[in-house]
Design a protein around this ligand. Structure first.
Ligand SMILES: Cc1cc2nc3c(=O)[nH]c(=O)nc-3n(C[C@H](O)[C@H](O)[C@H](O)COP(=O)(O)OP(=O)(O)OC[C@H]3O[C@@H](n4cnc5c(N)ncnc54)[C@H](O)[C@@H]3O)c2cc1C
Length: 506
């Protein structure tokens, strides 16, 4: 994107609904969602352009669902390849565990896809630029902020000159060392795990038979490692950095060739895109919001990448936060709605971080006898390979906007008017089996004032049977689906759901 030479003149003194600091994948996705709500949104990034090297390589169906909402699913999917599943091998090559790709997802979208992050970021960026009300600028750094009445007074910097803008809300998507998180004093709780791995990204001339095409983790105590196929003749190796090794000693060209020599010879490699050492950690913000300032993505949490969930979780943050900001700023719901951002996202990501660390601790075992004990425990567990590592993306915990009967992702069957997700759009949706289930006039009016889309399942003949069966299975006749596609509650009458939300938002 061209950077206006007079960015400072253009932005100084301007006022926004939301300023998003940091235009990595999470920041751009959040800008797009906010723009869809008609909010005047300024997105800034301190770098001159998109980061050109890949980090994340995997997304799940929850991310694809959000991409569909912001309007770039098809173009992104065209650049992805399906994940063929994951195997964990012992040092001798025996299969310790397997995570197959789920054959079905609630939305019907693919469960797990591999991608090249710079391509994803470019497509996200191009899509965001097409959404009205969004202004995205590079080479602009967030410096500080403070409340000024109902607004945040935000100090930015462009080419070493600072200037101010004002905004009703500020979200820091500014990565692991987030200025937003630090300046707001939100805290960062470390989970006490840190291991360094060298990540090697290659572009190949061909795929020799020696290369595996599924995602493979090898828990070899001599050197734990991982192999992942990426789109566009790309392939990634990850090797644990052993005690006594320096980053330089595992990233120089000779070291890279030595590390991968068991699978690839120099003529198989068109280019070593990069070899870099990352220290994988687990951390979570102690608070996710203070007043009208919040954090999302790596600014709010870090997770070892062995489940491929860091970016995915960041996109789920954006999906959780965008509608809450929109409903709060438009005065349709009180500030209590913002409280639910951290209280919902915190426990959800905690499950992802702790499971990732558990896998990482098992994988990173360098002691031969401990590794043998681990292997035996898995092989002799009596469990099928598919049941030896368990990871299930959690539901949302019960809270003011999640009833005990809710918290799961809604299904998105084809309705004849597109997938159900498209009918939900950015609003609440009420699905009822009968007019009786819609309860009192007051309850219906309450939701209609919020702009909820109210439908009887019978008015969607293409999927009425599927929706009725879904409601029946949960013992309800009516469900409220939130704008982020999570089910708020599924009850016999809308009155019960309305009373629950009204009490929680008071
Ligand atoms: C090796 C590796 C493999 C991974 N694999 C996966 C995977 O398979 N799947 C997955 O889901 N996740 C994975 N992750 C995690 C994933 O890469 C990150 O979670 C994701 O990129 C975070 O996105 P983000 O937008 O929150 O932050 P970032 O991508 O870090 O973006 C932050 C942006 O903020 C900008 N910024 C920072 N400070 C300021 C400031 N003061 N002012 C303005 N701008 C600022 C930066 O320039 C940057 O553009 C992996 C990570 C690594 C390292």
């Amino acid at each position: 994107m061209a950077v206006a030479s007079n960015v400072r003149d253009e932005l100084a003194g301007s006022q926004w609904d939301v300023v998003v600091a940091g235009l990595g994948p999470v920041g751009v996705t959040l800008c797009s969602l906010l723009g869809k709500y008609g909010l005047r949104t300024l997105g800034i990034d301190r770098e001159r352009s998109i980061y050109t090297l890949p980090r994340a390589g995997h997304v799940d169906h929850t991310v694809l669902r959000t991409l569909e909402e912001i309007g770039c699913l098809d173009e992104v999917l065209a650049e992805m390849i399906p994940n063929r599943g994951m195997e964990l091998l012992g040092g001798g090559g025996e299969v310790l565990a397997r995570i197959p790709v789920a054959p079905r997802t609630p939305s019907g979208l693919p469960a797990s896809m591999h991608f090249h992050q710079p391509v994803l970021e470019r497509l996200l960026r191009e899509n965001a630029e097409r959404i009205a009300g969004i202004t995205l600028r590079n080479s602009v750094r967030l410096v500080s902020f403070e409340p000024a009445g109902d607004l945040e007074r935000i100090v930015l910097e462009h080419e070493e000159q600072s200037f101010e803008v004002r905004s009703r809300f500020l979200v820091g998507c500014d990565g692991a060392s987030s200025v937003t998180r630090n300046h707001a004093g939100l805290g960062f709780r470390d989970y006490g795990f840190a291991e360094s791995w060298v990540v090697i990204d290659l572009i190949l001339t061909q795929f020799p038979d020696t290369l595996r095409r599924d995602t493979t983790f090898v828990a070899d105590p001599k050197r734990p490692h991982a192999m992942i196929e990426m789109p566009g003749m790309r392939y990634r190796f990850e090797f644990m950095v052993l005690p006594g090794e320096t980053p330089e000693s595992v990233t120089n060209e000779a070291a890279v060739h030595r590390l991968i020599s068991g699978w690839l010879q120099p003529h198989h490699i068109r280019k070593i895109e990069r070899a870099i050492v990352y220290t994988f950690r687990g951390a979570q913000a102690e608070s996710w919001r203070k007043g009208n300032v919040a954090v999302a993505g790596d600014a709010a949490h870090l997770t070892p990448p062995f489940l491929g969930q860091g970016l995915c979780s960041g996109v789920r943050d954006a999906a959780n936060l965008a509608w809450k900001i929109a409903f709060f700023l438009s005065g349709r719901l009180p500030s209590g709605i913002l409280e639910t951002y951290g209280s919902e996202r915190g426990p959800h990501i905690d499950n992802v971080i702790t499971t990732s660390i558990e896998i990482a601790r098992n994988l990173c075992m360098l002691d031969e006898s401990l590794a043998q004990t681990r292997d035996r425990a898995m092989l002799e567990s009596g469990l099928p390979e598919e049941a030896r590592i368990r990871f299930k993306l959690g539901e949302l915990r019960t809270g003011p906007l999640v009833m005990p009967s809710g918290g799961m992702y809604m299904i998105s069957p084809q309705t004849g008017e597109g997938p159900l997700d498209r009918l939900i759009g950015g609003n609440f949706m009420i699905l009822a089996r009968s007019t009786e289930a819609l309860g009192s006039e007051a309850a219906l009016a309450w939701w209609q004032a919020l702009g909820a889309n109210v439908r009887l399942t019978g008015s969607l003949p293409a999927c009425a049977a599927v929706l009725d069966a879904w409601l029946q299975k949960r013992g309800g006749d009516v469900a409220v689906i939130r704008p982020d596609r999570y089910v708020l509650g599924c009850e016999k009458s809308l009155d019960a759901i309305t009373a629950y939300v009204e009490a929680g938002m008071r």
